[in-house]
Write a protein that binds this ligand. Sequence first.
Ligand SMILES: [Zn+2]
Length: 229
Amino acid sequence: MKKRGDEGLSHSVQDYLKIIYMQTQNGQYTSTVAIATAFGIRSASVTNMLQRLAETQPTLVVYRKHHGVKLTPEGEKEALQIIRRHRLLEQFLYQVLEYPLGDIHDEAERLEHVISPFFVERINTLMKSPAFDPHGHPIPDRDLNLNDSRKLALLSELQLGQKGLVRLITDRYTDFLVYLTTIGINTGTELKIVQTNSYDGTQQVEIVGTGQLQVFSKAISESIHVELV
Ligand SMILES: [Zn+2]
């Protein structure tokens, strides 16, 4: 049985908790393969890590060989703490240090592992407890509650002619974010569906106000969350 010391969780354990949290928001277990794909590593390495994680005290994950893995309440608390650090850092980097939007995610990924709880709370106070990060993700509050009462739909769910305001863009893929910024799409941008292809899920989208048209693959449309207008 491996004991956790005072030095806290290792960077890679923190990354695992975060990815498991993201992949189990539907309440289901996530699989070794899904985690391996997200990290771009071999499934065997993930299995090793999950086995070790499952034996750590206090227990952070429930790992069942053929079901996959999910977080214990303790693991979820740790994951939310990391997510809070990440999103507060992104807001700080963007608003105070004026980082380009495309650079904040990678920088926050590095810093989230090393800043102290005191640093986190200083940022929070300086930023006046922001509710959302620059991509539109809700920031867990000090008690780790996610307060998000927005009613959002995926862009991919919109029908022909429907319009939506961009409220959240998944920040997992930096290249994708940079791409969206260069074509003028950010939180607050209004989009209208002008053509849909049911056979492959691509959509042609108009950036309202500019008349500019873009064709989005299903994957892109599923990464953009909008508020219907
Ligand atoms: Zn991020």
